[in-house]
Design a protein around this ligand. Structure first.
Ligand code: 13P
Ligand code: SF4
Length: 330
C-alpha cells in the first residue's frame, strides 16, 4: 500500500488487481458494504458511466451531492467537482479515483490573482463558473454552471455590475444572451478551445443535414456556427428532442456515450480539433478508470478535503445557485 506521499505524487492507489475479478460486480458489492454512491460526469469513460448511480452535468451532480444520504461519495469527475460535493456535504467522505484529475480552466484562475482583480471592481457582484477551485468560490457571491449561467445573471437587477470568471468564452456567450456588460476573467478550457472552425465547416458541408451542437465553453467563432448551444445535459436533451438524424458535437467526446444510448438510430460525430490528436478527450476527466474507481472505493483513498474556513465561505455562493435553480425548476 502506498504512503500518503507516494499516493499524492502519483494521484491514485497503485495495487495489482486480480485480472479475473469482475470489477462491475466488485464495485457494486463495495457500494453496498460502505453505503457509497458513485456520481459520474458525462465526460467519464463509458464503463464508469455504466457503473454510476447518477450521471449528469455539473449542476445535476452538485444537486445530487447535496441530497444524498450515502456516507461515501465516489466522485467520478474532476477535483473541483469533488470539492463542491465536499463543501455541500462536509460530513461525508468524498473520494476521487485519481487525485490528479484537475481542470485547465480552474488552473487558469489562481485565487491570489483573482483576489487582486476583484479589488479593482469593489462595487461588482462576483459570479463564478463552478469550474474553479474552492478558494475561488470562497471569493464569490454566486456560483453558476453552464445550465444556469444565463438565469443567474438575469436574477440580478439590470443595473448590477458583474464580474464573471473564470471562463471568458462562457462569459462572452452569457453577456450576448443577456445583453449585460460583464467584466470577464481571461480563462478558458483547453478541450473546448481546440475545435477548428475551418474543419467544422468542411464537416458540415459533407453532412448538410447534420445539426451542429456546441458547449458554451467553445470560442465565439465556433459558437456562431451552432444550431444549438448548451450544457452537457442541454446537448443530450437536444439530441433526444430533435428530429435530425446526424449531429456534430463540439464538447468532450464522453457525452456521446449517453447520446448513442438514448438515440440508437442517430449518428453522432465528434467535432474535429485543430490538429490530428484526440484532443476533445479531456486529459483530466480521462485520468479516472474503472480500476482506479474500484481501488479508491476499496481503500477509501484518495480522499478530497477542504479546509473548514473555505467550506464556510464557499458554501453560501453554491447554495445561492442551488436556491435560484430550484426556484426556476432547473
Ligand atoms: P457541464 O457538464 O456542466 O455542461 O460542464 C462541462 C464541463 O466542462 C465540465 O468540466
Ligand atoms: Fe476542465 Fe475543460 Fe476538462 Fe471540463 S473539459 S474538466 S473545463 S479541462
Amino acid at each position: 500500500m502506498d504512503t500518503l506521499e507516494e499516493l499524492n505524487s502519483k494521484g491514485f492507489v497503485e495495487e495489482k488487481i486480480d485480472p479475473t475479478l469482475d470489477l462491475f460486480e466488485e464495485i457494486e458489492k463495495l457500494k453496498k458494504e460502505k453505503n457509497a454512491i458513485v456520481l459520474a460526469h458525462y465526460y467519464q469513460e463509458p464503463d464508469i458511466q455504466d457503473i454510476a448511480d447518477y450521471i449528469g452535468d455539473s449542476l445535476g451532480l452538485s444537486q445530487e451531492a447535496a441530497k444524498t444520504e450515502a456516507d461515501v461519495i465516489v466522485f467520478a469527475g474532476v477535483h473541483f467537482m469533488a470539492e463542491t460535493a465536499k463543501i455541500l456535504s462536509p460530513e461525508k467522505t468524498v473520494l476521487l479515483p485519481d487525485f490528479k484529475a484537475g481542470c485547465s480552466l480552474a488552473d487558469s484562475c489562481p485565487p491570489h490573482l483573482f483576489k487582486k482583480f476583484k479589488e479593482k471592481y469593489p462595487d461588482h457582484v462576483v459570479i463564478t463558473y463552478v469550474n474553479c477551485t474552492a478558494e475561488l468560490k470562497a471569493l464569490s457571491d454566486i456560483v453558476c454552471t453552464s445550465t444556469n449561467a444565463v438565469q443567474i445573471v438575469e436574477s440580478l437587477p439590470k443595473d448590477t455590475k458583474i464580474i464573471f470568471g473564470p471562463d471568458k468564452n462562457l462569459g462572452a456567450w452569457v453577456a450576448k444572451k443577456t445583453g449585460r456588460d460583464l467584466v470577464l476573467w481571461n480563462g478558458a478550457c483547453m478541450v473546448h478551445e481546440i475545435f477548428s472552425r475551418e474543419k467544422i465547416t468542411k464537416l458540415k458541408s459533407r453532412h448538410p443535414e447534420a445539426k451542429f451542437i456546441a458547449h458554451p465553453e467553445c470560442e465565439e467563432a465556433v459558437l456562431e456556427m451552432a444550431d444549438y448551444i448548451g450544457s452537457t445535459t442541454g446537448l443530450l436533451k437536444y439530441s433526444i428532442n430533435s428530429d435530425a438524424k446526424e449531429f456534430i458535437v463540439a464538447t468532450e467526446s464522453g457525452i456521446i456515450h449517453q447520446m448513442e444510448k438514448a438515440n440508437p438510430t442517430k449518428t453522432f460525430i465528434p467535432a474535429p480539433p485543430n490538429n490530428n490528436c484526440a484532443c476533445n478527450d479531456c486529459p483530466y476527466m480521462k485520468r479516472n478508470t474503472l480500476e482506479k474507481l474500484y481501488l479508491c472505493l476499496k481503500n477509501g483513498l484518495p480522499e478530497v478535503t477542504v479546509p473548514m474556513d473555505i467550506i464556510e465561505k464557499a458554501r453560501k455562493p453554491i447554495e445561492r445557485m442551488l436556491e435560484i435553480s430550484a426556484s426556476l425548476g432547473l
